[in-house]
Design a protein around this ligand. Structure first.
Ligand SMILES: Nc1ncnc2c1ncn2[C@@H]1O[C@H](COP(=O)(O)OP(=O)(O)OP(=O)(O)O)[C@@H](O)[C@H]1O
Length: 773
């Protein structure tokens, strides 16, 4: 038997040849069967078990009521299974033959490769944990005393936390790129707040992540710059023209506000700002609605600006803009919170370094895992402050009504890659529906909510779904959280419509009677049921709960089509059927055991996505979602609109955007007109300091705020001195760029911070050079 690489080639070829339908496919079929023969052989020698699994899969499907189309799929699948069962004996004989002829050297090589791959995967999974451990080690030896004086933390116990202290901490964080140093500053701040004014911890923490409340409550800052400029001008006595000119020069309205304040003489000294006062005022500003909203907002902003001293105006304006950009990733804030809870307890001073380190590591793991299940500081903070750490899990359980960050999948570019990754694990394949992620909650009081992948409340966008969902729920199901995809649906033809149709559905102020694009819900996971979290259960158990607790309802609600097999021909057939049914491809997921648990917010290797478009291309396994950071004015046919665009990816560690390509293809004339109209609202006078643009001699004609995300496909990726994506990760000075990028669609379900990260770009680049497929 050939080594791992050989196996990939054989299968890769097979898939290509199968498409052409030539005789070669039949010739190579023997190789494929032997490949799977050996794979099965490793897992389990029993033919019975294989047959049993096949029967269960088919049985599973028969249990469910099906629409006409789905029934066709299952019939096709069943026929395929029958043919396959007959092949099994032949396969096993081939296995035996191959076992005897196998050369020990090749066996060793194969094992080496497997070990290497497993190590790679483990390395990646452990990286974040390792960073947490290093931080725990450093923090165990850390004394907040030095940092405290550096940050001027001298306010009196019981007094409100001064805003100046928070701004000094921001300044210190902004001045470094080292995550550990940032953690030290935050821990110092949080420990001090916990000791002197614990009730201010919540507002302090929200200010650090520049939010006002949990995402699902939907209250956001992000005041337009013209309003902010007006407020700065009016509160400092400078003209709007001068403010605009300064902004054009610096590209940072915060700095303009700070400089404007320092050149202003004040007759009386207003009361110093406190964190809680600023937080409450920011909340009021975000809440203001109605006719005089603008004037009201300006009034509040001016009130704050007048009281600002030193660098406070700079951070206040940035907070109002909704972009603090001082390199504070939420994960760092969570770690710092966990550390400070431990370090603020008097007993921590008595602990030996090793013991403290263990406690810190435990606290970080605990706080992160609880936050993943209940992403609400409003609920977690009181439990952390008022009760022992050990009780946190019990006190802060996931519940219906609080959306979790969904589990995400890893891209692959061949079925072979999927089978290699999942070798030895039972896995299941599901259709990858092409619509919008929908997390559906039913609370014990009977109310229902639908949340987007960003935890936005979408219940108002889907009033028709909310109205009908009681029909799908069996009487035994009182509360639940379902993970689903909402797709555009043709009620007459009873089939899925392409994503483009869904994107024409209204997103705001949707009235049931005006809905033109109908949706159907495809449920693929059940995360919570009747008061119990199912996250730790295997996918098999979660799917059982899903099938038990709900019923398919024509034109409205379906279980995701699935197939449990490791036979590549079946998977290929299933993939083909999924594409015929307007799906994007398959999701392949580990089915049993610990790795089959649900991992909120993680892009996990236990869920793999296989998109038809990327199979066998030898290029990149997925499209990317990139932020439009600039544009070049069009010429010729594209005069009066932007002709091409500069795109960037996101670096979650620094909060920066790194340029990744210039994009000029894939657009219709209509697209270009629309984009010109939308994007011109986001133009900014100069390149912001949080854009890493490198030495590209071709600067765009206009720069944009990071607001618009587009899905882009490319042929491959290469190292380039002109772009900055992943700079420092693969090459010290050069970044990675997309070659032959093409526009696919707008991703208005994604914020700029949800775009493809610099590390994902590096992964795409590296997987391409590993030569999979
Ligand atoms: N059966 C399924 N299981 C899980 N996710 C599914 C399924 N069918 C469709 N999806 C959709 O596919 C997405 C998984 O792909 P991924 O994790 O990469 O999200 P993404 O970044 O939005 O990428 P994509 O552009 O591929 O949707 C999910 O967010 C979900 O919306």
């Amino acid at each position: 038997m050939a080594g791992q690489k050989g196996k990939q080639t054989t299968l890769g070829n097979f898939l290509g040849e199968k498409k052409n339908g030539g005789n070669k496919a039949a010739e190579t079929a023997g190789n494929i069967r032997s490949y799977f023969g050996n794979r099965k052989d490793k897992k389990d020698n029993s033919n019975d078990k294989e047959t049993e699994a096949t029967e269960t899969a088919v049985g599973d499907k028969r249990k469910r009521p099906e629409s006409a189309n789905q029934k066709d799929d299952n019939d096709e699948t069943n026929k395929k299974f029958k043919a396959d069962k007959e092949k099994t004996k032949e396969e096993l004989e081939k296995d035996e033959e191959l076992k005897e002829t196998k050369k020990p050297k090749e066996e060793l090589e194969e094992e080496d490769e497997e070990i290497k791959e497993a190590e790679e995967q483990e390395k990646e999974q452990n990286r974040e944990q390792q960073e947490d451990k290093t931080a725990a080690h450093v923090m165990a030896c850390f004394s907040t005393a030095d940092t405290k004086s550096k940050l001027g933390m001298t306010w009196k116990e019981g007094d409100d936390v001064p805003y100046s202290v928070l701004c000094k901490t921001f300044e210190a964080c902004e001045a470094t790129t080292k995550r550990l140093e940032i953690t030290e500053y935050l821990v110092t701040l949080f420990v001090e707040v916990i000791k002197k004014k614990p009730t201010d911890l919540l507002s302090t923490l929200y200010m650090c992540i520049n939010k006002l409340c949990p995402d699902y409550e939907g209250l956001e800052l992000g005041i337009g710059e013209s309003l902010l400029m007006k407020a700065v001008a009016e509160s400092t006595g400078r003209t709007l023209k001068v403010i605009q000119k300064d902004y054009h020069k610096t590209g940072d309205l915060g700095t303009v506000a700070k400089n404007s304040k320092s050149s202003q003489s004040t007759l009386f000294k207003p009361k110093r700002l406190t964190v809680t006062h600023v937080f409450k005022t920011l909340t009021k500003i975000a809440e203001v609605k109605g006719n005089s909203a603008q004037a009201n907002k300006v009034g509040h902003i001016k009130g704050l600006l007048v009281a600002c001293e030193d660098n406070e105006a700079k951070y206040l304006i940035r907070q109002l803009e909704g972009k603090l950009r001082i390199g504070l990733a939420e994960q760092t804030v969570l770690s710092a919170l966990a550390h400070s809870i431990v370090l603020s307890k008097p007993e921590s001073a008595k602990m030996k370094t090793e013991q403290k380190e263990q406690k810190l590591t435990y606290a970080v793991d605990l706080v992160k895992s609880v936050y993943n299940q209940l992403p609400s500081y409003n609920m977690i903070l009181p439990a952390l402050l008022e009760h022992p750490l050990d009780e946190l899990k019990e006190r802060c359980k996931m519940r219906a009504g609080i959306p979790l960050k969904p589990m995400l999948a890893h891209p692959t570019k061949s079925l072979t890659e999927v089978l290699d990754r999942f070798e030895g694990h039972p896995f299941t394949c599901e259709f990858k529906y092409d619509g919008e992620r929908a997390q559906i909650h039913k609370l014990p009081d009977g109310s229902t909510k639908i949340y987007s992948r960003n935890s936005e409340d979408m219940s108002i966008r889907y009033p028709d779904v909310v109205e009908k969902l009681k029909k799908w729920i069996k009487p035994t199901t009182s509360s639940f959280i379902l993970d689903c995809e909402a797709v555009a649906w043709d009620r007459e033809k009873k089939c899925i419509l392409p994503f483009q149709v869904l994107s024409t559905r209204k997103r705001k102020d949707v009235k049931e009677e005006e809905i033109t694009v109908q949706v159907a819900i495809f449920a693929f996971d059940c995360l919570y049921m009747n008061g119990e979290s199912l996250l730790q259960e295997s996918l098999r158990t979660r799917r059982e709960k899903l099938l038990e607790g709900f019923q398919e309802t024509e034109n409205e609600f379906f279980f995701a089509q699935h197939m449990d097999t490791d036979n590549i021909e079946d998977i290929q057939t299933f993939l083909d059927v999924s594409i015929k049914k307007n799906c994007e491809g398959l999701m392949v997921k580990i089915y049993d055991g610990e790795e089959a648990s649900y991992e909120p917010s993680k892009r996990s290797r236990n869920w793999l996505k296989v998109k038809k478009d990327y199979l066998g291309t030898g290029g990149v396994g997925d499209s990317m979602d990139l932020v439009v950071v600039g544009a070049f004015l069009g010429k010729g046919k594209r005069t009066n609109v932007y002709g091409s665009f500069l795109l960037g990816c996101y670096d979650p560690n620094s909060g920066d955007y790194q340029t990744v390509c210039k994009l000029g293809t894939g657009f219709s004339d209509e697209n270009l007109k629309d984009f010109y109209e939308t994007l011109k609202n986001y133009t900014i006078p100069t390149v912001p300091r949080y854009y890493q643009i490198g030495d590209n001699p071709e600067a765009p004609d206009v720069w944009f705020e990071p607001k618009v995300v587009w899905e882009v496909k490319c042929a491959d990726l290469s190292i380039s001195p002109r772009y900055m994506a992943g700079v420092g990760l693969v090459d010290e000075t050069r970044g990675i760029s997309l070659r032959f990028p093409r526009f696919i669609r707008i991703r208005d379900d994604k914020e700029a911070e949800d775009s493809t990260t610099n590390e994902q770009i590096v992964e795409f680049y590296e997987s391409q050079s590993n030569g999979h497929d």
